[in-house]
Design a protein around this ligand. Sequence first.
Ligand SMILES: NC(=O)c1ccc[n+]([C@@H]2O[C@H](COP(=O)([O-])OP(=O)(O)OC[C@H]3O[C@@H](n4cnc5c(N)ncnc54)[C@H](OP(=O)(O)O)[C@@H]3O)[C@@H](O)[C@H]2O)c1
Length: 232
Amino acid sequence: MAERVVLITGATGNLGRAVAAAFEAEGARLALVGSRSESLDEAFPKRDPRHLKLAADLVDAGAAAGAVAEAERQFGRIDALCALAGGFHMGEPVHDMPPDAWKRMMELNVATVMNVAKAAVPGMIARKSGRIVTVGSMAALKGGAEMSAYASSKSTVMRLTESMAAELRGHGINVNCVLPSTIDTPENRAAMPKADPEKWVRPADLAAVIAFLCSDGARAMHGALVPVVGLV
Ligand SMILES: NC(=O)c1ccc[n+]([C@@H]2O[C@H](COP(=O)([O-])OP(=O)(O)OC[C@H]3O[C@@H](n4cnc5c(N)ncnc54)[C@H](OP(=O)(O)O)[C@@H]3O)[C@@H](O)[C@H]2O)c1
């Protein structure tokens, strides 16, 4: 991974910080994208020439393109895109769904991936090389009560991944998706105090799978939806 350039969206989040740590340990240069500069400074307080912090609302296609262009300008290229930004919402049946809840899930989970991928792919095509990893969800393999917006948005990410993989494999670009079960995060521990977090997936374990999908070892993988469900 030495000298490779990895752009990570959702870098300030629980998974994003673990993925950044995994690539940092391998010597990669990191374009770290969060929605706000305050959260970026909080997550990555130390000054590091191998870090480029980029604040952008990735729901906005122009802002996403600007972040990708700045990463390419500063680092020369993007070898791997880890499109991790996303969010979760549940709680209403379809017949009671506020239009904003549906729209927000599609924005946070689909538009953020689509906008940054659209901006990063042309450079990868020009170099005939690239890795893209997206994040679906085990919980979106099937619809569930009061989860339609989330499940639909993450299902869309999975289909987008498969379509991009088919479109881009001839260009030397691998596109794959991880499907985590519940990730062991402080937010999930607070929301589910009676659950056993040992049964969840640790961010570092998920990060290791994402790093593998960006490695040479995964060069023959295209359009895989990889379940990552923890140790026990
Ligand atoms: N947590 C779970 O149990 C679980 C399970 C399955 C799948 N996933 C998926 O795994 C991924 C990471 O989850 P996580 O728990 O690490 O999430 P998280 O801690 O909530 O972090 C979300 C990240 O997305 C960024 N983000 C949100 N809206 C954005 C926007 N409009 N523009 C740019 N960035 C934006 C946030 O940036 P700021 O902090 O700067 O706002 C933050 O870095 C997500 O795609 C999530 O859906 C999570």
